[in-house]
Design a protein around this ligand. Structure first.
Ligand code: ADP
Length: 489
């Protein structure tokens, strides 16, 4: 099967969150199943030609692409995803992608991804490579299914090409004013109240994708259930009900070549579940590096996250006076909303021996925190899949999570299972989105940490879990087959 994977992020080239990890790993897993896969990604200025050995793609050449009446000359570069034969095609339009960040609040944010979506289709035409499926990711590529069925339908080349839209987070919908219809060259008659492209009097790229894609999926089974409700569906639950027969949940996998304490190139001391005692050396190393005292008997609580409300930071803020009474140390890595950045900076300032805060994006530090922490905290309000708790399981950094979305599907509460006679728990979790529930669950974890035998059992259980891509990639393949069947009848 031939798969074109259109994405606005792919590790190691461009990543702000889980989508980057998925797009860097799933295409390789699909290739291992025998698929012919090509990845398409904007060429952000942060992607270094020399570092990644990019070469100019002559078979595509320069493509004139029109957005909002202006023609842009788009070039394409290519390289293989590291460690694989999967080619990545980098869509180069400096006017749009030479910005300090991958995503912006600039007024041409819509144009940046209109251009990308068109460029993916035109690159396919020029390569004369007809995929069976284009897997679109989130709102940034949400127009592709419509383009295939409408704007580019004149080209018989796309007749058999099916589309799948993967929702990595339904909270980001790519909503733009009606004027964007003209920028995107979407027929104005497609825009009316509750039309396939309209929501709340705006044009939504995500809704468009959800309505026009042949199949839809999201990144865990629990999140797939949750977003059918008004609490989690962010206004698009009705659309998902409408598409219910074509809508599935597939849990993300993890690239254990990148995230594995046995071989991680970013951590000084490697360990496995058979050599757990070596993990503490990483904790000593990190605490020394960040100039915090090392107390073997106190748990180190790690957080690595975008600092946004979704991730439960309002809860942490509200519970903070209680949480700080726990006999533990904290290390926080993240960036995002000013209020949370300021909060954690101030917390570190007030408790220099207890709290370390690094505001920013730091891949190496994220690996080190996974290896050094005893507990990993992720109290999300909602979580489509979540990857850090899965990495934490493998690193023996016991996750404490809110039981929602992918967190519910990957972390099993130690005490819940114990009451049912099983010692298979891998972490600690709570249901209610309240400061008290967070505090009492973290308290439970910190107390359990004192009992070394139990704690090592929980670590061992977590480290034995296997969330590799193999299983999930097979499910994607089944989904692609369904999409092809639907498209071709
Ligand atoms: P989301 O996609 O909602 O941000 P996920 O848990 O699915 O959440 O994925 C987050 C990914 O981004 C993980 O690989 C995590 O390590 C990484 N990450 C998040 N914030 C940072 C940061 N400040 N520095 C380095 N990596 C980060």
């Amino acid at each position: 099967m031939k798969i074109a994977f259109a994405t606005s992020e792919a590790f190691p080239y461009a990543k702000t969150g889980g989508l980057g990890d998925v797009a860097g790993a799933l295409p390789k897993a699909l290739a291992q199943l025998g698929c012919d896969v090509k990845v398409f990604l904007p060429k952000y200025s942060s992607i270094d030609n020399t570092k990644f050995d990019l070469s100019y793609c002559w078979p595509i050449g320069e493509m004139p692409i029109r957005v909002y009446g202006k023609t842009h000359n788009v070039n394409v570069f290519t390289a293989n995803l590291p460690g694989s034969d999967v080619p990545v095609y980098f869509i180069d339009s400096p006017e749009y992608y030479n910005r300090p960040e991958i995503y912006t609040n600039d007024e041409d944010e819509d144009e940046r991804f209109i251009l990308f979506s068109k460029a993916v289709l035109e690159a396919l035409q020029r390569l004369k490579w007809q995929p069976d499926v284009i897997n679109c990711s989130d709102w940034q590529t949400g127009l592709i299914p419509l383009y295939i069925k409408d704007n580019y339908s004149w080209d018989r080349f796309f007749d058999p090409v099916a589309t799948v839209l993967t929702i990595h987070n339904i909270g980001y919908q790519g909503r733009f004013p009606q004027e964007t219809l003209y920028k995107a060259e979407i027929r104005p008659e497609l825009f009316y109240e509750n039309s396939p492209v309209e929501i709340w009097n705006s044009l939504s790229f995500l809704k468009t994708g959800l309505m026009y894609a042949d199949m839809i999926n999201t990144v865990s089974e629990t999140y797939a259930q949750e977003i059918l409700s008004s609490t989690y569906g962010a206004g698009l639950e009705g659309v998902l009900h409408y598409r219910i027969n074509d809508f599935f949940g597939i849990i993300n996998g993890v690239d254990y070549n990148v995230w594995n304490p046995e071989s991680d190139k970013h951590i000084p001391y490697h360990y496995t579940k058979e050599s757990l005692h070596r993990k503490i050396e990483n904790k000593k190393y990190l605490l020394n590096a960040i100039r915090m005292p090392f107390y073997p008997e106190k748990p180190l609580i790690g957080i690595i996250s975008r600092l946004v409300k979704q991730k439960g930071f309002d809860l942490i803020q509200s519970a903070f006076n209680q949480l700080i009474k726990l006999d533990a140390q904290w290390v926080i890595l993240g960036s995002g909303e000013d209020q949370y950045e300021d909060f954690f900076r101030a917390a570190a300032y007030s408790h220099p021996d207890r709290i370390y805060t690094y505001i920013g994006y730091n891949n190496e530090l994220s690996h080190l925190i996974e290896a050094a922490s005893d507990i990993f905290l992720m109290p999300s309000a909602y979580e489509p899949c979540g990857l850090n708790q899965i990495y934490s399981l493998r690193y023996g950094s016991v996750p404490v999570v809110r039981r929602t979305g992918g967190l519910a599907d990957t972390v099993f509460d130690w005490h819940d299972l114990l009451y049912n006679g099983s010692e298979a728990g891998t972490g600690f979790s709570f249901n209610d989105y309240t400061p008290d529930a967070l505090n009492s669950t973290l308290y439970r974890a910190v107390k359990t940490f004192d009992d070394k035998t139990t704690w090592e059992r929980i670590m061992f259980n977590g480290m034995s879990q296997d969330f590799s891509w193999e299983v999930s990639a097979k499910k994607y393949l089944e989904l692609y087959q369904k999409a092809v069947k639907k498209r071709r009848g």
